[in-house]
Each structure stands twice: as structure tokens, then as C-alpha cells.
Design a binder for this molecule. Structure first.
Ligand code: ZN
Length: 362
């Protein structure tokens, strides 16, 4: 699952290629992948574990919250990523020109000249890949019909028998001769830009989401998300205050996005190893020195991982479809032996695998 360094790498990789590009349309190829939230009025909050649809999924990203009433409830915004799968629209236009790309936690925020914020959450297996050209097998025929309008299936719907694509000996625009865009397998949505390039959203497991918001909705959307690990808000005083009230292992606390944004299983396991803290230690028992070390080590490991373009263990890829390199520097995550020579233990915590060295992390 992409964590902060992987999402940061994707955002950095996207800036130069797509900044200032005009979005002609955003097309959802799978129901529920693109959600238009502009009309949404969040009301009240619900606990994640009440949402059956969330927990019917094989891997729930919120499972560490289950049975933990002390955890901040999720807003209906975040729940909606799982629950609101009903949407009839598949083709979104008038989205404007991209003015900025930012990361917040594990979210990618694409802001546009139409005062929109398009939020991409890669979740388990999502990736954004730049493709030059739409991949039609007959671009000329396809695009010559644009003036008459067409639907997202790529077919000409012109009632005009003199549609100019029929000229010069081209065959009529019947469905049989109109190619659909050809994209890699598991492409769930794509942005089409005015220069005919596009940005593909490829997602095998289909947990990933693209949400369209107005920029004014952003503060509310992220109001439950914890501070960024690099921000001054994530400091020993904050950490200590939160840890005291949470009756959970330190590993589960670090995975809680309302406590700190962007950390996932890989970097939490590695940061705990580097600070020699046992992942099962109750968060409230950490000393101030351990907390200070942990904050420093989290920042250090994230910095190193960003420099290495992230960790590619399974599906994560950069925007040019290349892998990151930080998997070569992991010390305990998915390892069988620790650098100290002793075996690495693998246990389950809140449904997630934890890797640690019982010798180094007592
Ligand atoms: Zn060890």
C-alpha cells in the first residue's frame, strides 16, 4: 500500500508533466471509482466499524479502529470512499486547468482553475501513469468527430451524414469501426488533457478512489486527518498528550491516520525497529525520550525513502511505471532475519502483519 514516501514520489513525478494542463475530461471506466462530491453536505459522524460495506472488504484500512471507541470517529467524507459507490456519471468535463499538485497524508490533491480539488487516494494497489496519446488505434478518425460530440465509449454519435470523418474515403463512424481507447489492463479511470496526453488511474484491487470536490470543501474533508510527520505540530508534546489517552499498542497508534498522517505498515515497522521499541508496547508507556527518538527516526526514514523514490514491494510504481528502490534498505519488514543475526518475528496486530526483532526490540 502506498504510504507517504510513495505518494510524495508520485506527486513530484506528476508536477512537471501535468502542471498547467487543461483537463478535457475525467472518465470513470468503473462505477464508483470517480465520485463527484461537490454537492455533498457532510452531516454528523459515524464510526467506521458501523459501515458494513467497509468491513465486508477483504482488507479494511480502518481495522485498527474497530473495537477502539477511543479512536476519533471518521467523518462521512472518509466513509464515503467505501460506501458511496452509486454514481451514474462516468464522464466529467469543465474541470479546468491544473494549477497545483500537493500531497496530504496519503492523498494526492490536484487543484484546478475551476476552484476544484480532485483528490486521488491510491489505497491498496492504485497507481497513476502518464500516457502520451490516448491510445486509439485510429486517432484521426476518432478526433475528427469531436465537433459533433461523442460519448466516453469513443464512438461517433453524430446524426450528420456529412460528418467530416467520413470524407476522404474514411469509413462511416459506425460503432463497428470506432475504436475504443486502448489502455492497460485494470485502468479504472483516466484524465484526458487538451494536448491529447492522459493520466491513467490503474488499480487492480479497485479500492482506490478519485473524488471531485470544490476547494472550499478541503478543510472539512481533511479535518480529521492528523498532522504531517514533518510538520512542527507533530512534536513530543502532541505525541505524549495523544499517547496518554490511547489504550493501544504503539504500532496501532502510529498507523492511525487521525494521529499522524501518511504512515503505513512498512515505515512504522522500520521506525520502531530503528528506535528499538517493541511494537506491542502500550503507547501510554513510552517515555519522552523514546517519543523524541521515534519522531526523529520517522522523519529520517521518510526522508530516506523519498530520496529512494519509495518502496516497491508489490504494485506501487512511479508515474513513469518504474519501481522505487527503498525496498533494498528495509531491515525487518518482510525479512526473516534481523541485521543482528537473530530471526525476525512476524505477528498480527489489529489484522495487520507486524515485523520486529524480539532481540533488538525488547
Ligand atoms: Zn535484531
Amino acid at each position: 500500500m502506498p504510504e507517504l514516501p510513495e505518494v510524495e514520489t508520485v506527486v513530484k513525478g506528476l508536477r512537471q508533466p501535468v502542471q498547467s494542463k487543461e483537463i478535457v475530461r475525467l472518465v470513470s471506466l468503473r462505477p464508483g471509482t470517480v465520485l463527484d462530491q461537490r454537492a455533498r453536505k457532510p452531516s454528523g459522524t459515524k464510526n467506521c466499524h458501523q459501515m458494513q460495506i467497509c468491513h465486508s472488504l477483504e482488507t479494511c484500512p480502518h481495522e485498527s479502529r474497530e473495537g477502539n471507541p477511543s479512536i476519533t470517529p471518521l467523518t462521512s467524507w472518509q466513509i464515503s470512499q467505501n460506501a458511496n459507490l452509486a454514481t451514474s456519471a462516468t464522464d466529467f468535463t469543465n474541470l479546468g486547468t491544473i494549477t497545483s499538485l500537493e500531497r496530504r497524508g496519503k492523498y494526492i490533491i490536484i487543484q484546478t482553475s475551476q476552484e476544484l480539488a480532485i483528490i486521488v487516494h491510491l489505497r491498496m494497489t492504485g497507481k497513476l501513469i502518464i500516457q502520451e496519446g490516448l491510445g486509439h488505434s485510429n486517432d484521426d478518425l476518432y478526433h475528427s468527430c469531436d465537433s459533433h460530440g461523442r460519448s466516453s465509449d469513443g464512438r461517433c454519435h453524430s446524426p450528420d451524414p456529412l460528418c467530416h470523418s467520413h470524407e476522404n474515403g474514411n469509413p462511416p463512424c459506425t460503432p463497428a469501426t470506432k475504436p475504443n481507447p486502448t489502455f492497460p489492463k485494470h485502468t479504472r479511470a483516466y484524465f484526458e488533457f487538451a494536448d491529447n496526453s492522459c493520466l491513467l488511474f490503474i488499480d487492480i484491487r479497485t479500492f482506490g478512489k478519485i473524488q471531485i470536490l470544490s476547494q472550499a470543501q478541503l478543510p472539512e474533508y481533511f479535518q480529521k486527518l492528523g498532522p504531517e510527520p514533518f510538520s512542527s505540530d507533530f512534536n513530543p508534546g502532541y505525541f505524549l498528550g495523544k499517547a496518554r489517552t490511547r489504550n493501544m499498542p504503539i504500532k496501532s497508534l502510529l498507523l492511525d491516520q487521525s494521529f499522524v498522517a501518511g504512515l503505513g505498515n512498512i515505515y512504522v515497522c522500520e521506525a520502531l525497529f530503528r528506535t528499538r521499541i517493541n511494537p506491542c508496547l502500550p503507547a501510554k508507556q513510552l517515555t519522552k525520550k523514546q517519543i523524541t527518538n521515534l519522531i526523529n527516526e520517522i522523519r529520517q526514514i521518510l526522508t530516506e525513502a523519498i530520496q529512494a523514490n519509495g518502496t516497491s514491494i508489490s504494485d506501487y510504481r512511479r508515474v513513469d511505471d518504474k519501481t522505487g528502490e527503498f525496498q533494498n534498505f528495509l531491515r525487518v519488514y518482510q525479512k526473516t532475519s534481523c541485521p543482528c543475526g537473530k530471526p525476525v518475528a512476524k505477528i498480527k496486530q489489529a489484522g495487520r502483519s507486524t515485523y520486529y526483532c524480539p532481540t533488538c526490540q525488547k
